[in-house]
Design a protein around this ligand. Structure first.
Ligand code: ZN
Length: 301
């Protein structure tokens, strides 16, 4: 369900933005280990994906024709490209509450990277602060392998009212770039809009079109950003290169991507959405990536 535009609020007035707290194992430098949930069980190596399989073109039998003229066979519809992504809200036991929401909040947004990416956990994946034993490298192929994983409401200390239980959890989606190489892969504007704020490791984009979603990008290489505050950007325009900038706190090479409400309303399960409520971006990202795979223009419906 979409946010009902009951209170159309100018989204340019940004509330103070909380920080992402993705961290990795480097306690010597004072990195904060994300709070483990009560029973931080080992991540499952590979959950079976529940969807994302290739669509099979149905080969309809040609009906017998009374006309003796031969009928050219119908060419089968091309099978659309597909990718494997685990269901929304599916977070392994012990890694946080997750949030099951089937709302595609931003159905027209652009995939926020120029190339492919791997949405999955920075904390519980190899090289993460709670990563599997014996896999210390963030460049482990497990991190650069499908399927996608939803990380909204993964265990964190940050306030997120949509997360069950404590009301704390991860406020966005973490996405590793196409390869484990920092300062190489571009993050791009998910919608046309204005760069309203650039922080120590954050870039905020407010969409021009209603309902004026706020997109926030974390951990790009801040010294080489392609935008500055006040810039109006086109959809798909380069913003910066995916890195691990986190104000001195260690983190892995990834883009933390947030989607925040531009209007008030309610979620499909009746929770209140106020201006700047963090919304789960996973399904919007999945649809945007599918459009990219299908060769549709960035931002196309
Ligand atoms: Zn994050």
């Amino acid at each position: 369900m979409q946010v009902s535009p009951l209170l159309l609020v100018a989204a340019l007035a940004l509330a103070p933005l909380a920080a992402c707290d993705d961290t990795t194992k480097t306690p010597a430098t004072g990195g904060v280990t994300p709070p483990p949930s009560p029973e931080p069980g080992p991540p499952k190596a590979d959950d079976a994906p529940a969807d994302g399989g290739a669509e099979q073109p149905s080969s309809e039998p040609v009906p017998p024709s009374p006309d003796p003229a031969p009928q050219p066979p119908e060419p089968p519809a091309p099978s659309p490209a597909s990718f494997d992504h685990a269901p929304a809200g599916a977070i392994p036991a012990g890694q946080g509450p997750g949030y099951l929401d089937r709302t595609v909040w931003s159905p027209k947004m652009c995939w926020p990277m120029m190339e492919a990416g791997f949405p999955n956990s920075q904390v519980y994946g190899p090289g993460g602060g709670m990563g599997p034993p014996g896999k210390p490298s963030q460049c482990d192929t497990l991190n650069y392998t499908l399927p996608w994983r939803d990380t909204f409401c993964e265990a964190r200390s940050r306030a997120n009212p949509l997360c069950a239980g404590s009301g704390n959890g991860h406020q966005g989606q973490d996405i590793r770039p196409a390869t484990c190489k920092k300062n190489e892969h571009w993050a791009v504007a998910a919608e046309a809009g204005t760069i309203t704020d650039i922080g120590t490791y954050t870039v905020t984009l407010v969409a021009k079109a209603a309902p004026h979603y706020t997109y926030r990008y974390l951990h790009m290489q801040m010294s080489t950003l392609a935008v500055k505050e006040g810039d109006n950007v086109a959809v798909g325009q380069k913003l910066g290169k995916v890195s691990n900038d986190f104000g001195g706190t260690p983190t892995t090479i990834h883009l933390h991507f947030e989607l925040r409400a531009g209007v008030s309303g309610t979620t499909s399960d009746g929770k209140a959405v106020t201006l700047h409520t963090f919304l789960p971006p996973y399904l919007s990202l999945a649809e945007a990536y599918q459009r990219k795979l299908d060769g549709k223009a960035c931002g196309a419906p």
